[in-house]
Every structure is written in structure tokens, then in C-alpha cells.
Design a binder for this molecule. Structure first.
Ligand code: AMP
Length: 125
């Protein structure tokens, strides 16, 4: 079954400039901006500009240029935030997908969380 992309999702609207965002970094294929409800001192969302619903969709269908641009942008943001474990205290990346992942916005995004101890990865259900 093909991935169905909703062009009215909030990140699509941010990419079209219909909704403001607090941009952290923008490249040819990638946009990073502050999460509107930060869960940690650093909470940045990294999204591809292309129409991808989930991480697996992006992995399957994005071009090599998009994939390289996305991950290089992610890495440069971690370095600029000072959260890489070699220079800082570390971080967590999360990408929620689908119902069990409790994905709210159906445009692939990576959460970068840092700036405090984040506890164990998952709480008991
Ligand atoms: P999820 O899809 O569950 O991974 O979470 C979507 C994330 O998008 C949440 O952390 C929201 O706080 C964030 N969010 C929703 N709307 C906006 C917005 N307009 N600007 C920035 N972040 C947003």
C-alpha cells in the first residue's frame, strides 16, 4: 500500500510558509526548527522538505541527496547545540511513526532532545 501524504499537515504548511517557525537551520532538502512544546532545554525537529510520512518511507523513497543532506544537517545541529558526547553530555533522537509510535504529525521528523538527563528510553506501559 503506498504511503498517503496529507498536504494539509502542519509541517507541510510550515514548509509552504503558511505557519511561522523558529528555524534552527535550513538547507536545500532539510528544515530544522524548534519544537513548539519543548520537552527538554534543547528540542529541535528535523524534517525533509520532501513529502515523506515516516522514517521508513523516507528511507525507501528519498533520493541519496535528500538522505545525505538530512543526516548531515542533523549532525551539524547536534554539534552546534554542543550535545555530541565527545564535546557535551549527549542527546536522544526519536522518530514516532504510526499509531503505536503515537505520531501526531504525518510528515517524517526527527526529534533531537538534549540539555538535561533524559532518563530511560521508555516508561513502563
Ligand atoms: P509527533 O508527531 O508525535 O512526533 O510530535 C509532533 C511534534 O510536533 C510535537 O512535539 C509538537 O509539539 C510539535 N509541533 C506541532 N506543531 C508545531 C509547530 N507549529 N511548530 C513546532 N512544533 C510543532
Amino acid at each position: 500500500m503506498p504511503y498517503a501524504y496529507d498536504d494539509q499537515n502542519i509541517f507541510a504548511r510550515i514548509l509552504r510558509g503558511e505557519i511561522p517557525n523558529n528555524t534552527v537551520k535550513e538547507t536545500e532538502h532539510t528544515l530544522a526548527f524548534a519544537d513548539i512544546q519543548p520537552q527538554a532545554p534543547h528540542h529541535v525537529l528535523v524534517i525533509p522538505k520532501g513529502r515523506y510520512v515516516t522514517a521508513d518511507h523516507f528511507a525507501a523513497e528519498a533520493s541519496e541527496a535528500e538522505i545525505v543532506d538530512f543526516w548531515r544537517t542533523f549532525g551539524s545541529i547536534c554539534a552546534e547545540l554542543g550535545v555530541t558526547p565527545d564535546a557535551g553530555d549527549g542527546y536522544r533522537i526519536i522518530s514516532n511513526a504510526g499509531e503505536h509510535g503515537v505520531q501526531e504529525v504525518p510528515h517524517f521528523h526527527l526529534h533531537i532532545l538534549g540539555g538535561r538527563g533524559l532518563g530511560r528510553m521508555l516508561q513502563p506501559a
